[in-house]
Design a protein around this ligand. Structure first.
Ligand code: GDP
Ligand code: MG
Length: 181
C-alpha cells in the first residue's frame, strides 16, 4: 500500500551521450530490470515513465531516450525542452565518449535553456564498469573533470549488464532536482 502523505512530483530526465555507450540499456534495466544484449532500439516512443519513492515524494520520472539520432547530432528541440535534469553517459572503455561529454553538456544547456544553469543537476554515468580489463577512463579523471565544472554534478560508474549502481544513481539525481510540483 502506498505511504500516505507522499507528495506527487514529476521530472523530465534527458539521457544523452555518444552512440553505443549504453543509454538505452541503462534505461531498460532501470525500468524493467532487463538487460537485453540484442535489443535494437527502433522508432519507439520518445520517452517512458518510471516511478520512484524518494524521501517524502512519489516521483514520476519521464525519461527521454534518443532513437539513435545522436549519431547525426540531430536531436530536435522538443527532446530537450522543459528538462529538469540531465544524464550524461560515457563508456569507461571509450575515451572519446568521455571527451565528448563537454559538448553534450553544452548542447543540453543551450537547447534546454534553464533559468538557473547552476542548479540544473547533471548525473554523469561511466557505464560498462563490468569491462574493467578494457578500462580507458579512470574514475579519478572523471572526478577531476567534474571539479573543474560550475554547477551540480553527481557521478557514478554503472553497469547495465550487471545492474550495478543504476537505481542508486537515479535516486541521488532525484534528490538534486528542483520540483515545480
Ligand atoms: P546507446 O546507443 O547509448 O543507447 O547504447 P545501447 O544501450 O544500445 O548499447 C550499446 C551496446 O553496448 C550494446 O551492445 C549493449 O549490449 C552494450 N552495453 C550496454 N551497456 C553495457 C554494460 O553496462 N556493459 C557492457 N559490457 N555492455 C553494455
Ligand atoms: Mg540508444
Amino acid at each position: 500500500t502506498p505511504t500516505p502523505g507522499l507528495k506527487k512530483s514529476f521530472a523530465k530526465v534527458v539521457v544523452i551521450g555518444d552512440s553505443g555507450v549504453g543509454k538505452t540499456s541503462l534505461i531498460q534495466v532501470f525500468e524493467n530490470n532487463k538487460f537485453n544484449q540484442t535489443f535494437k532500439p527502433t522508432i519507439g516512443a520518445d520517452f517512458s515513465n518510471k516511478e520512484l519513492i524518494v524521501e517524502d515524494k512519489l516521483v514520476t520520472l519521464q525519461i527521454w531516450d534518443t532513437a539513435g539520432q545522436e549519431r547525426f547530432q540531430s536531436l530536435g528541440s522538443a527532446f530537450y525542452r522543459g528538462a529538469d535534469c540531465c544524464v550524461l553517459v560515457y563508456d569507461i572503455t571509450n575515451p572519446l565518449s568521455f571527451a565528448n561529454l563537454n559538448n553534450w553538456k553544452a548542447t543540453f544547456l543551450t537547447k534546454s535553456d534553464p533559468k538557473d544553469p547552476q542548479t540544473m543537476p547533471f548525473l554523469i554515468l561511466g557505464n560498462k564498469a563490468d569491462e574493467e580489463g578494457a578500462r580507458k577512463v579512470s574514475a579519478e579523471e572523471t572526478q577531476r573533470y567534474i571539479s573543474q565544472q560550475d554547477g551540480t554534478f553527481i557521478f557514478f560508474e554503472t553497469s547495465a549488464k550487471e545492474n550495478k549502481n543504476i537505481e542508486d544513481a537515479f535516486r541521488e539525481l532525484v534528490k538534486k532536482v528542483t520540483f515545480r510540483q
